[in-house]
Write a new protein. Structure first.
Lengths: 283, 797
């Protein structure tokens, strides 16, 4: 399988692979080590209630008035009012490579986030391999909701996984994200068993993910894993509210307030007291 | 900060800027006495200096540990009628203008009316300058092509090295006498001139010594009346210090600071040099004294800090001398651009940061004063600890200290022909200007409006605002067949205007050399004594004349817009070409009408055109072209002092003034709006974060300048955590690896600035980074306030 996959990659080096993204962010300092460029893939299998990138959920570009999409690859101003665009891996690599001096200075690199980057596995794989060719550190920020063979395809070219853990209870997971967590947890286990470096990212959504039961189970699950290099606690924030109304999508948590600093510190302490390197916010 | 320093800080913050006629009156008395006519010009200037120091009021403020004011009291600011005579109308303007005002008393107005104006009218350097430059120069000046630094202030731009900490004025006198006795009247036709200059220096050295002894006497007097035992003691100690220095070399930190302060007062009393004189590498110069005093138990870290803090207050007591007209517009601030340097490398090229560096950084953070300004020199050899400490101050959001690249500064100086040791002992002063401290006259001669030159080019040499043909006929733009033709026309116009500017500079340099020598400052700068030559006449070891380019972002975006929207035939986009192209005529008409009926076109120019600051080679290649044209026009031309003209890229506040005289531009900028500042992108044009700005900014060759200025606005959240600070440090290190010269951060949100605009009374202490300096936000003009708000704020992701 892997051999076959590499066969495909070799073929793809000759041409550029196309994919859908909705942003490229430079000086990304919360998505992995150092100063990074984060490429946001469009399309996500989950529909989390607290999603702060609702524009990432659909794969195809979407037209919105007044959205002022900031990313113009090759001066493609035509699509200024579209969220998301179809781009080639070569175009994306050109943007990633521009910041190599910053990666070198900070031990940073490229992060592929989304949306769910694993949804566009060929595009992702191509970018990862091109990065490795140029000696650029790579990270994948994933929901984990994908076929494990996709992980097998990418992990040779991935330096670190930023892996989301949301809810341990399957029913609650289905309720709040739209999908079961079974495959997510299995994949995580297998990924860690295979020796991959992992940072767990836990969204702290008041009264949803921060319940005692959920956190207890998470601690239990986390300690059963290997190669966990750190834990990022991502406090819920309200900044996406405006996006929902602009996109005419339903915001299911319109009145939810972010967790207090004190609560964040308590949760941080829970994980750090059992030996994990915990950060509030990104990396 | 202890009680004493708190009080001193309050004193300086509450002191009211006033215009003092003391200096003008004394100077006029001296020149009226006829003494000046009996002697050579340098000796007359020296005698005037002596007369001022012998007769001016002394001032000892309550509780202070360093004494001496330039005026009769803190912030009482003198005038220099020999350079520029303020009219009664000017005084009225200064008294009543809403920003950067100086209170003018009725007595002062009357003294001006009866004594100062009648004597100096038409005798000032300003009058001489405007008599000597031709109509062509005046037309360009009026049009806002360039400004002229020396029309109200004397050439300055020099910084002291470590010489005063090793030699007293008596030692300098010995050197002067030795230089006089070595004069060879048989073989050196300039021997007489040299002797007069050296005699003038000698008079000035004595004048400073006697000024200090006047203070010593006054302090003994005050001590004898003082009831508080501790203060009595202090006053007596200070009196003793003023007896010792500046006549002799200092032995302690206190003596060193007081000595420097007398020297500082001397320089800023002799003339109103641009920028204010400056001690330079303070942590290097003072370290031996600090270490010695700590080891001997004379001082603790706390008492040393107290001395430094008292010293800091003295700078803040001296606002920049009142400026009027265009000069006030190009530099509208009380700040006099004293820039304390810390960090950097030793003469041997090693990491120079020491314990005192960190103590000084503490002082900067605690004092939070406009003056002196401060900067940290960062070499690849300095540890991250230094940058981290600096960034922790930067994050408190008052725009200090600014961050400089020592390794770039050194290479810039080597390219200018300085020795490696002199280069390592130098740094940056004013805003960002590179100089060999203690050894160089590096004169800023005026700002140059890179954008106005395009407006003139697009009007075939005609200035639409002043309605004059000030440029050459470089062709009707609508006849240009390619972007290259336009660039050629731009280059011709730019060369034409640079020629006019340089011709003016050559005249003005000689006016100062002949009529306005600075013998006191000449004592302090190598090799004026050895050469027997004045600072203003080429006495310094190195002599550089800078012309400062302004509006790099706006000119790039304007040219990129024409290239992209009018000329470019490359199928860069998926759209059909016909739809993309804008006829040149249409664009020119829109510019003439200030986009009045063309919102759609303007939006295209603003949002659908490549912009500098986004690491986009399409735009940045044009930045490089403009840089090369400007560099070629200026760099390497000889000045009158044996040195050369060089470029740097900084604006102070001239980007607002230059904007106010420049019509609408092809980047979508409305007429008379500010230009971009320094080498920063056009306000709001950089949308891809700070790494992209840094990449764009580093595409020009900083090493062939004498300083560039890059400001970035960061939200406070970005520097909230240690990790955030570390990333910012890595950002800076990368910029410096790419040879960037300087970077500074405004750490304040746009919301707060908008609030401060609405409720200035609540934000009186809000200090922001303007260009190469910081200022109280509420003291800035509205156009400048808006410009700062519009600068893109980079926030965390």
């Amino acid at each position: 399988m892997i051999y076959f996959a590499q066969g495909i990659i070799t073929k793809y080096t000759l041409m550029s692979v196309k994919g859908y993204i909705f942003d490229i962010k430079k000086y990304s300092i919360n998505d992995g080590p150092g100063i990074r460029t984060t490429v946001f893939f469009k399309g996500c299998p989950l529909k989390c209630w607290w999603c702060h990138n609702p524009e990432s959920q659909r794969v195809l570009p979407e037209q919105f008035d007044d959205c002022n999409f900031r990313w113009h690859i090759s001066h493609d101003y035509e699509n200024r009012n579209k969220i998301g665009s179809e781009v080639t891996s070569r175009e994306v690599m050109k943007e990633i490579e521009k910041d190599v001096p910053f990666y070198e200075e900070s031990n940073g690199g490229a992060t592929f986030s989304g949306g769910e980057p694993m949804l566009q596995i060929n595009f992702l794989n191509e970018l990862l391999n091109r990065c490795k060719e140029k000696n650029i550190h790579t990270a994948i920020d994933t929901t984990g909701y994908t076929d494990f063979k996709n992980f097998e395809l990418v992990y040779n070219a991935t330096d670190i996984f930023l892996y989301d853990l949301k809810l341990m209870d399957e029913n609650l997971h289905i309720h709040y994200t739209g999908v079961s967590n079974k495959v997510i947890h299995e994949n995580l286990k297998r990924l860690s068993d295979a020796g991959n470096k992992i940072i767990l990212r836990i969204p702290i959504i008041p009264s949803i993910t921060d319940t005692a039961e959920n956190l207890d189970q998470m601690v239990g699950f986390t300690t059963s894993l290997k190669n966990i290099r750190g834990i990022n606690l991502l406090p819920y924030h309200k900044s996406a509210g405006a996006k929902y109304s602009k996109m005419k999508k339903e915001n299911k948590l319109p009145d939810l307030e972010p967790p207090s600093n004190e609560e964040m510190d308590n949760i941080k302490h829970r994980f750090s007291s059992i030996g994990y390197d915990v950060k509030i916010g990104g990396y | 900060m202890n009680e004493r320093i708190k009080k001193l800080r309050e004193q300086t913050l509450n002191a009211v800027p006033r215009l003092s006629h003391e200096r003008a009156q004394l100077l006029t008395q001296f020149y009226k006495s006829g003494e000046a006519e009996k002697v050579s010009v340098p000796v007359a200037r020296a005698l005037a200096f002596k007369y001022l120091l012998e007769n001016k009021d002394l001032c000892v403020n309550e509780g202070e540990l360093i004494v001496g004011e330039r005026g009769p009291e803190p912030k009482a600011t003198p005038t220099y009628p020999e350079l520029c005579v303020h009219s009664l109308h000017d005084l009225e303007v200064l008294d009543t203008r809403p920003k950067v005002w100086f209170k003018v008393s009725d007595e002062t107005k009357s003294v001006y009316d009866k004594e100062i104006i009648p004597f100096w009218k038409e005798r000032s350097i300003r009058d001489k300058i405007f008599n000597e430059v031709n109509q062509e120069w005046k037309d360009c000046y009026d049009a806002g092509i360039f400004t002229e630094f020396m029309e109200q202030r004397a050439p300055g731009h020099t910084v002291l090295d470590d010489k005063i900490y090793k030699k007293g004025m008596l030692d300098f006198k010995k050197e002067i006498q030795a230089s006089i006795s070595s004069l060879d009247f048989y073989n050196d036709p300039q021997a007489f001139e040299k002797r007069e200059e050296l005699r003038a220096m000698e008079i000035c050295a004595d004048a400073l010594i006697s000024f200090a002894s006047r203070y010593s006497k006054k302090l003994f007097e005050l001590a004898s009346k003082e009831k508080d035992k501790q203060r009595k003691n202090e006053l007596e100690t200070l009196a003793g210090i003023c007896e010792r220095v500046p006549a002799n070399a200092p032995r302690t930190l206190w003596e060193a600071l007081q000595y420097y302060w007398f020297v500082h007062l001397g320089v800023i009393t002799e003339l109103n040099t641009w920028d204010s004189f400056n001690p330079g590498r303070l942590d290097q110069h003072l370290y031996p004294f600090y270490k010695g005093d700590i080891e001997s138990g004379l001082l603790s870290e706390e008492t040393a800090k107290e001395l430094l803090q008292s010293f800091w207050v003295k700078f803040n007591n001296q606002p920049a001398p009142p400026k009027i007209g265009v000069t006030a517009a190009e530099s509208g601030t009380y700040t006099d651009f004293c820039l304390i340097n810390v960090g950097g490398v030793t003469p041997e090229g090693e990491d120079a940061a020491n314990d005192l560096t960190y103590v000084i950084l503490d002082v900067i953070e605690e004092m939070r004063l406009l003056q002196p300004s401060s900067m940290v020199q960062v070499s690849k050899k300095n540890p991250d600890r230094l940058l981290k400490r600096a960034m922790k101050i930067v994050k408190t959001g008052f725009g200090q200290p600014s961050i400089f690249n020592t390794d770039a500064i050194i290479q810039e100086m080597l390219r200018h022909g300085k020795s490696i040791i002199d280069a390592r002992c130098g740094g940056a002063s004013g805003c960002v200007e590179t100089g060999a401290f203690g050894k160089e006259a590096y004169i800023l001669t005026g700002y140059f409006n890179l954008v106005k030159v395009l407006e003139i080019t697009l009007n075939n040499g005609f200035d639409p605002r002043t309605k004059k043909q000030i440029g050459i006929k470089s062709g009707e733009p609508s006849s240009f067949k390619s972007f290259n033709e336009l660039m050629n026309a731009y280059e011709q116009q730019l060369n034409h205007f640079i020629n006019i500017k340089i011709k003016g500079n050559i005249i003005i340099e000689r006016i100062y050399a002949d009529y306005m020598p600075a013998p006191f400052m000449s004592i302090l700068i190598d090799d004026c004594i050895a050469k027997g030559k004045d600072y203003n006449a080429g006495g310094a070891r190195y002599n550089t004349s800078y012309v400062q380019g302004v509006g790099l972002g706006t000119i790039t975006d304007s040219l990129a817009s024409i290239k992209y929207n009018v000329f470019d035939n490359e199928p860069k986009t998926h759209q059909p070409l016909t739809e993309k192209k804008i006829p040149f005529e249409k664009l020119l008409t829109a510019l003439k009408n200030d986009f009045k009926d063309d919102k759609e076109l303007r939006n295209k120019l603003l949002f659908e055109t490549p912009k500098y600051g986004n690491d986009d080679d399409y735009a940045d290649d044009i930045t490089k072209q403009v840089f090369e044209i400007y560099f070629k026009a200026v760099d390497g031309r000889p000045n009158t002092k044996g040195g050369h003209f060089r470029i740097n890229l900084l604006p102070t506040t001239s980007h607002v003034y230059f904007g106010s005289v420049t019509g609408a531009t092809p980047d979508g900028r409305f007429a008379y709006e500010p230009l971009s500042e320094g080498i920063s992108p056009v306000q709001g044009a950089d949308v891809h974060g700070p790494t992209s700005v840094i990449k764009s900014a580093s595409k020009i060759d900083h090493l062939r300048t004498g300083g560039t200025l890059l400001n970035q606005k960061f939200t406070p959240q970005l520097l909230e955590t240690d990790d955030g600070i570390l990333k910012a440090i890595q950002l800076i290190r990368t910029y410096f690896r790419l040879d960037g010269h300087h970077i500074q951060f405004n750490v304040v949100t746009a919301e707060i600035l908008r609030e401060a605009q609405k409720h200035p009374e609540k934000y009186r202490d809000l200090i922001v980074r303007v260009a190469g300096y910081s200022d109280y936000f509420v003291d800035l003009g509205e156009a400048l306030q808006n410009e700062i708000i519009r600068r893109t704020e980079h926030s965390g992701y």
